[in-house]
Design a protein around this ligand. Structure first.
Ligand SMILES: *[C@@H]1O[C@H](CO)[C@@H](O)[C@H](O)[C@H]1NC(C)=O
Ligand SMILES: *[C@@H]1O[C@H](CO)[C@@H](O)[C@H](O)[C@H]1NC(C)=O
Ligand SMILES: *[C@@H]1O[C@H](CO)[C@@H](O)[C@H](O)[C@H]1NC(C)=O
Ligand SMILES: *[C@@H]1O[C@H](CO)[C@@H](O)[C@H](O)[C@H]1NC(C)=O
Ligand SMILES: *[C@@H]1O[C@H](CO)[C@@H](O)[C@H](O)[C@H]1NC(C)=O
Ligand SMILES: *[C@@H]1O[C@H](CO)[C@@H](O)[C@H](O)[C@H]1NC(C)=O
Ligand SMILES: *[C@@H]1O[C@H](CO)[C@@H](O)[C@H](O)[C@H]1NC(C)=O
Ligand SMILES: *[C@@H]1O[C@H](CO)[C@@H](O)[C@H](O)[C@H]1NC(C)=O
Length: 375
């Protein structure tokens, strides 16, 4: 094991608490020059040394805040996963040789995510943003063993791959050409990670010809499920947060079969002003709208609507039109009050609850890279 890796693991072991990650030996999120050099060595590359763009549109600040917040979450996730594998947490045990190699890969991923996070917060610092997200305290619902943890990593990485498309478009619309090349570079980087996680899960590495798109508000809403508490006021980041849209039997990166089927959804719409006009209606004019690949939003009507509980909780079913649209890989569902969209941004305007994250997996390879036997 290279000595820097050994140093990293000592750093991990010293870190107190399971999910909070601050004041570790690598100095993240504020490494000094020595510590930054150490992170860059493990990451197999350095931060860009290009000067910052001359200006940044105010409208691009929330985009950078979302990227920064998300990268901090990813750093915490991979720190926790590395710690679980290193300490042979039940469900995370691997044979020695495989353990060392997977830990070496994950140490590199962690350092790369740290540099993504540092990069985004450097932009915010340079432009004197009123809020620079710091690491929060997180939970990782559904990540209970190595397989479910990698499945969660695969899903949130797919979500990021869609969200960064929205970030690039948003920066372009705002006239901020400067950071777009770097965002594109990160999209490819996260795509390489996604291919690796998919292979570990017996899936073909390349998921779709055109990766599923997303919008910033859905990514921001999805991230809330991981947050226990933050050392800043989350509401100061000016991106809407929607009530989550639960998809029955699809929890924490679990998957469904590749076929036409009806899915059951659940949403708690208590306190949602957008939902008020529909409450207790048995056939409300509501739709499930899906994002898949670069297809225009696909909407289907909600059916078998049932309101329950004292407050505004809603259960319903909707078709999942797999065959016609070849919905392999990630599909992002939202509950909307409209069903005809020509852009993804319009969906946000009509959203009542989102996102529901659905992964369809194909039959799969038989490599079993995560089996408990040796390589
Ligand atoms: C960075 O911090 C580490 C740990 O506190 C310390 O050992 C090192 O000397 C510092 N390096 C610089 C350049 O300040
Ligand atoms: C690490 O293990 C703990 C305890 O089993 C679990 O709660 C947590 O979600 C795991 N972290 C990851 C990233 O899998
Ligand atoms: C940020 O604030 C500092 C100190 O007030 C100022 O010197 C600097 O010019 C500001 N930067 C930008 C990009 O506005
Ligand atoms: C800043 O962004 C807004 C919203 O996209 C846009 O209307 C405006 O033209 C942009 N300003 C500049 C200077 O490009
Ligand atoms: C958090 O920020 C929001 C939006 O600026 C504000 O309305 C709210 O009062 C703040 N909450 C606290 C506890 O400061
Ligand atoms: C539904 O949401 C409301 C408001 O956020 C909350 O008070 C309530 O506990 C939630 N109900 C359930 C069953 O989660
Ligand atoms: C909806 O129906 C439930 C159960 O009958 C009731 O408690 C609730 O007050 C109703 N809500 C509205 C907004 O009508
Ligand atoms: C993870 O899945 C593999 C199949 O790829 C299986 O061999 C292994 O036992 C699973 N590990 C756990 C902890 O369930």
């Amino acid at each position: 094991m290279p000595s820097q890796l050994a140093f990293l693991f000592v750093a991990m072991a010293l870190a107190t608490g399971r999910v909070v990650r601050r004041d570790t030996a690598d100095g993240f999120p504020n490494p000094n020059a020595t510590q930054l050099g150490f992170i860059e060595n493990i990451a197999d590359g350095k931060l860009s040394n290009a000067p910052p763009p001359p200006s940044l549109n105010e409208s691009s600040i929330p985009i950078c805040q979302l990227i920064s917040f998300n990268e901090n979450f990813e750093v915490a996730f991979f720190s926790s996963l590395i710690e679980n594998i290193t300490t042979d947490e039940p469900g995370f045990t691997l044979p020695t040789e495989k353990k060392e190699e997977i830990l070496e890969i994950l140490a590199t991923v962690l350092a790369q995510e740290q540099l993504h996070a540092i990069d985004a917060s450097n932009v915010l610092k340079h432009f004197n943003a009123s809020l620079i997200p710091e690491p929060c305290e997180y939970v990782f619902p559904g990540a209970t063993d190595i397989n479910s943890s990698i499945a969660l990593a695969a899903t949130f990485t797919d979500v990021v791959l869609g969200t960064l498309q929205d970030a690039a478009e948003g920066l372009a619309v705002n006239g901020d050409l400067g950071p777009i090349r770097e965002v594109a570079s990160i999209i490819g980087q996260e795509g390489q990670q996604s291919g690796f996680y998919r292979l570990l899960l017996n899936q073909k590495p390349s998921q779709k010809p055109f990766l599923t798109t997303n919008v910033g508000a859905f990514a921001w809403s999805a991230l809330q499920q991981f947050v226990v508490s933050c050392p800043f006021n989350i509401s100061e980041i000016e991106i809407p947060i929607f009530p989550p849209l639960g998809v029955a039997h699809v929890i924490g990166g679990q998957t469904i079969k590749p076929r036409d089927q009806r899915l059951s959804f659940v949403a708690n719409l208590t306190g949602s002003s957008e939902a008020e006009q529909f409450i207790n209606e048995t056939s409300p004019d509501l739709f499930v709208t899906y994002f898949s690949g670069q297809l225009l939003p696909i909407s289907v009507p909600v059916e078998d609507v049932e309101w329950f509980g004292e407050n505004a909780q809603l259960r319903f079913e909707a078709d999942f039109p797999f065959e016609e649209n070849i919905l392999v890989g990630l599909t992002i569902a939202s509950l909307t009050s409209k069903d005809k969209f020509t852009t993804y941004g319009e969906v946000v305007e009509a959203t009542i609850a989102a996102p529901g994250l659905i992964e369809v997996t194909d039959e799969g390879l038989s490599w079993d890279l995560l089996s408990e036997e040796d390589l």
